[in-house]
Design a protein around this ligand. Structure first.
Ligand code: BES
Ligand code: MN
Ligand code: ZN
Length: 479
């Protein structure tokens, strides 16, 4: 889709539809004077009064070049979410054959507007050869007055949303088309296009290093594992010496291993690499937006399979850190690959770490599909992550990690067990990671509930959401 920010008067806009936001308590903008009777009628009939989610369409509006005028209810100005509104209108009008949509900016934020259109235009239909969803060809944000700040914000929004869609397309790849090797290839292709360095540690190298926890998960699959490292370096290193690591769980398919999952719904486990994809999408955006802090992505990627070589419950593996882990449940594999990536990141000298992982079903029970579960060993660091998430409209909830939970991970035969029993499952999983993060400021984001939408929303297609891409990028930009 072509996206542009144009400086034009309202009546010169050429498009299949031009949308304008009307707030409940505000008078309609002067440009809509010609449609005053129509707006009055909408109000008295109760069809449209500017509440959120309301829309009204006027065909062949008098004196406009655009073919349709779409009035979009904004509700109260303070609580209006432009990104969501544009996405919902995009999804609605593209179904009706609209190919070019213009958005009268009217003082709102061009960044959120273009993000909404790009995100709303995405459909996970890359493998449909027939009946692909309809889509927009062009989206134009239109403002009567120009400004360098508007241009910058628009460009930022375009980069962020395109990177988020890059992540969504990657998450949507089925496991036969996205093995760990192919995920590593895609990461390095993205890096090459973006001017980033990419390095892949293969199985032999990981054996040499002693990444026993990661390799234990990988050994049941015919597909070899990889640890992908993508580096962004700013032109001048910051005085603080800070270096941010983004770490993403990249399980290209999670059968559960010998502790196998039920068949029902197992196909969804292709999205068990959504953390990895989010980290890579963020690196794609970071490469273009150039924050002043160095950022390195670490993507441990494996396929968790059953087979004669698969690890068994009760196996004891030695992590890169040196601690031994008793694998009481082979389905708790995400934490096993993440700890070796965390330890490796610390060895490379990162000073702060954030990980994203579809880690537990328990976080879905706790927070549903709305909030990301956030855990930390450092409140100040979490504050930064939460501020970035809030600014980007990604919801996040601070979960506890008290010392009292630590005993859940006791093992009779090794330093730690990889599961902590039935209750507080998202917390024991996070505690497991914390044992390896040590004193390095670290935030863990459990995105099992938020990385995939089971049902389409007015503003988003069913399937991969691309959550965390915008938060991670903003975190690096704000550092
Ligand atoms: N990938 C799953 C977590 C998951 C579950 C993601 C549902 C999305 C939806 C993870 O590897 C897993 O299997 N976790 C287990 C842990 C348990 C064995 C302690 C779980 O949550 O059931
Ligand atoms: Mn699992
Ligand atoms: Zn998993």
């Amino acid at each position: 889709m072509e996206t542009k920010l144009l400086y034009q008067p309202f009546d010169k806009i050429e498009a299949d539809a031009v949308a304008v936001v009307l707030f409940e308590d505000d008078a309609a903008p002067a440009e809509l004077k010609f449609a005053a009777a129509w707006l009055d009628e909408l109000k008295t009939s109760g069809e449209f009064s500017g509440k959120t989610d309301e829309t009204a369409v006027l065909h062949q509006p008098q004196g406009l070049k655009a073919k349709r005028l779409v009035a979009v209810g904004g509700g109260k100005r303070e609580s209006f979410d432009l990104r969501k509104a544009v996405a919902a209108v995009t999804r609605a009008v593209k179904q009706k054959g609209v190919k070019t949509l213009a958005w009268w900016l009217n003082g709102l934020d061009p960044e959120a507007a273009v993000e909404g259109a790009i995100l709303g235009n995405f459909e996970p239909d890359q493998y449909k050869t027939a009946n692909q969803g309809k889509s927009l060809d062009a989206f134009h944000v239109v403002s009567p007055t120009n400004g360098a700040e508007l241009d910058k914000a628009f460009e930022r929004g375009r980069i962020l949303a395109e990177s988020q869609n890059f992540t969504r397309a990657l998450v949507n790849e089925p496991a036969n088309r996205l093995t760990p090797t192919l995920l590593a290839d895609r990461a390095c292709a993205m890096a090459a296009e973006s001017g980033l360095e990419c390095e892949v540690l293969d199985q032999d190298r990981m054996k040499q290093l002693g990444m026993g926890a990661l390799l234990g998960v990988a050994q049941g699959s015919a597909e070899p594992p990889a640890l992908v490292i993508v580096r962004y370096k700013p032109a001048t290193a910051p005085k603080s010496g800070d270096h941010l690591a983004l770490i993403g769980k990249g399980v290209t398919f999670d059968t559960g291993g010998v502790s196998i999952k039920p068949a029902d719904g197992m196909e969804k486990m292709k999205y068990d690499m959504a953390g990895a994809a989010a980290v890579l999408g963020a690196m794609r955006a970071i490469a273009q937006l150039k924050p002043s802090i160095p950022v390195t992505a670490f993507v441990p990627t494996v396929e968790n399979m059953v087979g004669s070589r698969a690890q068994r419950p009760g196996d004891i593996v030695k992590s890169l850190d040196g601690k031994t882990v008793e694998v009481l449940n082979t389905d708790a594999e995400g934490r096993l690959i993440l700890i070796d990536a965390i330890t490796y990141a610390k060895r490379l000298g990162v000073t702060h770490m954030v990980d994203a992982a579809t880690l537990t079903g328990a976080i879905v029970v706790a927070l549903g599909n709305v909030n990301i579960g956030a855990f930390t060993n450092n409140e100040a660091m979490l504050g930064k992550v939460m501020a970035a998430a809030r600014a980007e409209g990604e919801k996040m909830w601070h979960m506890p990690l008290d010392e009292d939970y630590k005993d859940l991970l006791k093992s009779a035969f090794a330093d730690l067990a990889n599961i902590g029993g039935r209750w507080g499952g998202a917390i024991s999983a996070a505690w497991f990671l914390k044992e390896f993060a040590g004193d390095t400021p670290w935030v863990h984001l459990d995105i099992a509930g938020t990385a995939w939408l089971d049902d389409a929303k007015p503003f988003m297609a069913k399937g991969p959401s691309g959550v965390c891409v915008r938060t991670f990028t903003r975190l690096a930009m704000n550092w």
